[in-house]
Design a protein around this ligand. Structure first.
Ligand code: BGC
Length: 740
């Protein structure tokens, strides 16, 4: 349709038709689909049958055949035959599940995320869906927050690179194209800054901090062309984001230039009443529309109240028209007026889903996401070794995440399956030793089945024997691969925790096994950064495998056997204990910084714990070893018009080929607002054979040195800068230059 045709269509629509375009309902309102997923609270919407009949978009139903039928029936009854938009939470894959976003962040490889998003888009669109609620780009500095696993971590630059990459992967150059979908940047804004890491909690940050650290990743996604943005549940500096006019009208639309569709999060408009910011549904609808929220996800606020507000003259109809036009434009950008089924096709759906090409990429991405945290030469294992695979994760196929809503956990490759397949001639033993969680653990409020009885029947039958078998297997083995971690329902939305240690039963298993065999390599499955102090002191190796997705077992075995070499780096700081939280690498210096190990009294420190984390941001080992030369600069000064190059010679001094993520950090030494002690400004993955050396260079110009200055403007300030190039945020390999 042309723009003019869209305007004519809008003019011809009744007020109710228009308002119903702004309503989004879950798929169960329309009949059964292949997978109807409920991701929010069930409540009485108080809307009419007519509203249901005319609602403009559908949430979380899928399956080409079912959605084509729903579309046809809807368009038949709609007075203007406007197609529905189908939207779904496709967070890290549709049916082929890729590693959780936090794991993808650990790959420091936005290109692989782009390819994963493109595969997800292909499966998703064949299943009849037009919009994915992804990527989530919320910056998070607090590992207590449950949704930490949905984010790519604590760094604005890293998050921005992944936000843009994923939007390109989902949308391509044109969302109309076969196999492309519209992406939705969420949750605008600041959701990851929840106080004390508690889900949905208050966010209080200075405008400077908000602009400097929280906003860049949303902006990067918008610049990449995201067609949609979702509001967040939280307040931002005293006003709920969903009705926050400054946030939505000024920052999002005016400053970032976003002209796509803005959708509320699930029931977020109505929740402004519970926040104490709206007096009732009508007030909430009024405020959300004033803020420019186009679609009301799963409440009756818009459908029930907007017509009244127009009729009594409180809001002009033109405000509703603006929102409707944006929604019609998105439908048009997706080509739905001409092709209401877009790519929905049961034959393609069957062909693409879990096809070998998709599985191969999931395996590659999962291997690239794992982070080797420690290795006392116990890894990789050799086929001639006798290996005991022990722990609750050896047979557990729930290794995707609570946001793999369209995935089927049974599709996943487990550790046992992969070990048997990839080490067919080795002497292997397998035993659980213990369960993932104590038997009486309850997931209060969760509807998902607890498969503990299925996975750990042997342990429940005789816990002492299960432990004794594990100890015997460990004793008889050359090396133990101990697979521990969190249950997948302990991470994701509404799973914030105040304690991030592994459960006691798992640590008891570790101690028992370790007592009889020092060669214990721990493989960790988790979404939160966990407290690993004890493991890091006593395990011979730790491989941080996150929630690796459908091909997790294969990818982990590829790494354990040395077929592939670990290359991931931590996208979040791992604390030593809960008391250090929040802890992040790009913090400010205090006026009394702790320098060196000098135990002065009046400096910024704890009396019972070092200031440093257990594992810093950007940290990760390889089976290869890398040495860095000193940093050399093409010049020790630059102006805001030119650039300099910072280089190192990177050498693989190890015995095998490996990939190193080379990271560039910069500090503005003195400025009108305090600048962090260092900030990531560039990274690149370099693969070297043993003995090989390569020059790795980064360009430094105004873009890397700009910040939000004290007067509110954005730009640089002359003065001294420090620059480091190394393998983690803790590198001391640095030098300095001056901006004139
Ligand atoms: C989540 C969103 C999600 C939405 C729809 C909400 O509870 O916060 O991230 O996209 O549900 O399922």
């Amino acid at each position: 349709m042309t723009d003019q045709e869209l305007h004519l269509l809008l003019e011809d629509m009744s007020l109710q038709e228009k308002i119903d375009q702004l309503l989004q309902l879950t798929a169960d309102f329309y009949g059964k689909t292949d997978r109807d997923v409920v991701t929010g609270p069930a409540s009485e919407l108080g809307i009419s049958m007519e509203d249901i009949d005319l609602a403009g978009s559908v949430l979380n139903g899928t399956g080409a055949k079912a959605l084509m039928q729903i579309q046809d029936a809807y368009m038949d009854r709609h007075p203007h035959h406007i197609p529905l938009l189908f939207m779904m939470d496709v967070i890290h894959g549709y049916r082929t599940i890729f590693p959780a976003p936090i794991a993808q962040g650990a790959s420091f490889d936005p290109e692989i995320s782009k390819r994963a998003a493109s595969v997800a888009a292909r499966e998703t669109s064949a299943a009849g869906i037009h919009v994915v609620f992804s990527p989530m780009v919320d910056l998070v500095r607090d590992p207590r927050w449950g949704r930490v696993m949905e984010s790519t971590g604590e760094d604005p630059y890293l998050n921005s690179r992944f936000a843009a990459a994923q939007i390109h992967g989902f949308q391509g150059d044109d969302m109309k194209e076969d196999g492309k979908v519209c992406g939705c940047i969420k949750h605008f804004a600041g959701y990851g800054g929840a106080e004390a890491g508690r889900e949905y909690n208050t966010v209080q940050v200075s405008e400077h901090t908000f602009r400097e650290y929280y906003l860049p990743s949303y902006e990067a996604g918008i610049k990449a062309g995201a067609g949609m943005v979702m509001t967040s549940f939280n307040t931002v500096n005293d006003i709920p984001a969903t009705i926050n006019q400054k946030l939505m009208r000024q920052m999002l639309r005016e400053e970032m230039g976003f002209d796509g569709v803005l959708i509320s999060d699930y029931a977020a408009i109505l929740e402004t009443v519970a926040h104490g910011a709206s007096s009732d549904k009508k007030d909430a609808a009024h405020k959300a529309l004033l803020a420019g929220v186009d679609i009301d996800m799963m409440t009756g606020c818009y459908a029930g109240e907007l017509a009244k507000l127009v009729k009594e003259g409180t809001i002009p109809e033109s405000l509703i028209d603006e929102s409707v036009l944006r929604i019609l434009q998105l439908k048009n950008q997706l080509g739905l007026f001409e092709h209401p089924h877009k790519d929905a096709d049961p034959e393609k759906e069957a062909r693409y889903i879990l096809c070998p090409e998709h599985r191969a990429l999931a395996r590659e991405a999962a291997a690239a996401s794992c982070v080797l945290l420690k290795n006392d030469k116990v890894l990789p294992i050799r086929p001639s070794q006798k290996v005991a695979f022990i722990g609750p994760y050896i047979d557990n196929y729930e290794i995707c995440s609570s946001w793999a809503v369209t995935g089927h956990p049974e599709d996943s490759v487990t550790i046992r399956q992969a070990a048997k397949e990839l080490l067919p001639d080795s002497d292997l033993t397998f035993c659980h030793g213990t369960t993932l969680l104590p038997r009486d653990h309850v997931f209060a409020g969760f509807a998902e089945p607890n498969r503990a009885e299925e996975f750990y029947a042997d342990v429940f039958a005789d816990p002492e024997k299960a432990l004794a078998d594990a100890v015997a297997a460990a004793k008889a083995a050359d090396v133990v691969i101990l697979c521990l971690g969190e249950h997948y329902l302990q991470t994701g939305e509404a799973t914030s925790r105040t304690e991030l240690s592994l459960p006691e039963n798992q640590m008891e298993l570790f101690c028992a096994v370790k007592t009889v065999n020092p060669n214990v390599a721990v493989v960790l499955f988790n979404g939160h950064p966990l407290l690993l102090d004890e493991l890091s002191r006593n395990a011979a190796a730790i491989l941080q495998a996150w929630l690796p997705g459908t091909e997790g077992g294969h990818a982990i075995l590829d790494l354990l056997t040395g077929t592939k070499n670990p290359s991931g780096k931590l996208p979040m700081t791992f604390p030593r204990n809960m008391g250090q939280i929040p802890i992040y690498y790009n913090h400010f210096s205090t006026g009394r910084p702790l320098t060196g190990t000098d135990p002065q009294r009046f400096v910024s420190k704890y009396t019972d714990t070092p200031n440093t984390p257990l594992f810093p941001f950007g940290y990760g080992l390889s089976y290869a070893e890398f040495s860095y030369s000193d940093v050399s600069l093409s010049s020790d000064s630059l102006t805001s018009e030119d650039s300099i190059t910072a280089s190192v010679q990177l050498k693989n001094t190890g015995a095998c080929t490996g990939t190193e993520v080379v990271q560039l950090y910069i500090q503005d030494v003195a400025a009108s607002t305090v600048r962090p002690v260092r900030e990531l400004k560039g990274f690149t993955r370099i693969t070297l054979t043993p003995g090989e050396t390569q020059t790795v260079s980064f360009r430094i110009s105004e873009a890397e040195l700009s910040f939000h200055r004290a007067d509110g403007s954005y730009g640089t300030e002359p003065g001294a800068f420090r620059v480091w190039i190394g393998g983690s945020s803790a590198t001391e390999n640095g030098t300095g230059f001056t901006l004139r």
